[in-house]
Design a protein around this ligand. Sequence first.
Ligand code: HEM
Ligand code: ISQ
Length: 148
Amino acid sequence: MGFTDKQEALVNSSSEFKQNLPGYSILFYTIVLEKAPAAKGLFSFLKDTAGVEDSPKLQAHAEQVFGLVRDSAAQLRTKGEVVLGNATLGAIHVQKGVTNPHFVVVKEALLQTIKKASGNNWSEELNTAWEVAYDGLATAIKKAMKTA
Ligand code: HEM
Ligand code: ISQ
């Protein structure tokens, strides 16, 4: 079964992330680094800070990830696949030293952040919609990384 209207609506309905962008961005990175501590050194705006410290760059990057997953949901619904709008995303991740296992870590962190942010609105269906949209996007980035 393809990605449904309902799944796209679910992904777009969870807008709590933006309502506390600083807090949920910090949570997102904190979960990533709990699972993959060495990833701290990959992020230019984290490598020289003691912990996960708030900054405009940190928030902007987290917001971009969420925005791209939303965009991926729309693409999966309309054409059944995800085409990267930003052709440099593959090369950037290769250059930063990102590897395939990192994508699982980021997925788990994203889903845990959504769960925390959506509170009573969270459901298995919501979780699956985000998971499928993320997987579509991650597949596209990993493919771009192979040819970068
Ligand atoms: C940079 C998105 C997965 C680590 C970026 C940028 C975007 C992005 C939009 C900014 C690119 C630019 O500067 O123009 C995503 C999305 C992902 C993903 C949508 C998954 C679907 C990952 C993973 C890791 C990672 C798995 C590894 C932990 C990084 C790092 C940077 C970066 C280290 C550079 C940050 C800096 O400026 O220092 N990513 N990313 N990304 N990403 Fe990802
Ligand atoms: C991956 N790429 C860029 C920014 C990110 C922020 C948090 C978690 C993963 C990310």
